[in-house]
Design a protein around this ligand. Structure first.
Ligand code: ATP
Ligand code: MG
Length: 213
């Protein structure tokens, strides 16, 4: 990979992990906004393998989630997609994602892990939490409906975690899936290509009829 930018400073790589079932404009705005505010050279989107926090629902095939992420990010020259999590066996843990990206990209790369405010408050409960802050800087983006307080951050290392506000986008994958099931529109919540991919692959069918129009 690229070790340095042309200026010779260390390469700044944003990492946006997610289930991306489906990817939506909230994810894309978060990646774009953090890239601008943190002067990132690239943001890599990393679809999860087996989402261990989401065992309670059916998650779409990794290949579908990977392809949707590729489609949604294709037009942005600074966005890329990594298969490290979907190609690794077993559950996905952020500590493994960050270690694999370090191994792949080399020691001259600084990682900035981008996560929604809802996840920031849970970081300390994640597997490998003691190592996480050595591997990456954490950027928590505010999500509509998930207010952050100083209390949420009090156990996190202040020099390794930054919270930023991004333009409010009250979009979630959960809502997108519900909309598809109920035949409500998802236009403009997700990129056009994602609307079309979901229809083409028949993702998120109605649980009773098993079909969608
Ligand atoms: P679900 O509803 O299935 O949980 P989601 O919309 O939260 O899906 P994920 O794939 O779980 O999407 O999220 C990946 C990352 O993007 C998480 O860190 C999450 O907090 C963040 N994120 C999701 N939606 C937004 C949004 N609208 N604005 C900012 N960050 C978001
Ligand atoms: Mg989520």
């Amino acid at each position: 990979g690229i070790a340095h930018t042309t200026s010779g400073r260390r390469y700044r790589l944003g990492v946006m992990g997610g289930t991306f079932d489906p990817i939506h404009h909230g994810h894309l705005v978060a990646g774009s906004e953090v890239a601008a505010q943190f002067d990132l050279d690239e943001v890599v989107f990393v679809p999860t393998g087996m989402p261990w926090q989401k065992r309670d629902r059916e998650v779409s095939m990794p290949e579908d989630r990977y392809l949707m992420t590729v489609i949604a990010t294709a037009s942005n020259p600074r966005f890329s997609v990594s298969r490290v999590d979907i190609d690794r066996d077993g559950d996905t843990y952020t500590v493994d994602t960050l270690k694999d990206l370090h191994a792949e990209r080399g020691p001259e790369v600084d990682l900035f892990f981008i996560t929604g405010a809802d996840a920031v408050r849970q970081i300390l409960t994640w597997y490998g939490a003691d190592e996480l802050f050595d591997l990456a800087h954490f950027v928590g983006v505010t999500r509509p409906g998930v207010p952050m307080t100083a209390d949420d951050l009090k156990h996190l290392p202040a020099d390794r975690v930054t919270l930023i506000e991004i333009p409010a986008l009250a979009i979630s994958s959960t809502d997108c899936r519900h909309r598809v099931r109920e035949n409500a529109p998802i236009w403009y919540l997700v990129p056009d290509g994602i609307v079309q991919y979901i229809a083409k692959r028949g993702l998120y069918p109605h649980p009773e009829t098993g079909v969608r129009s």
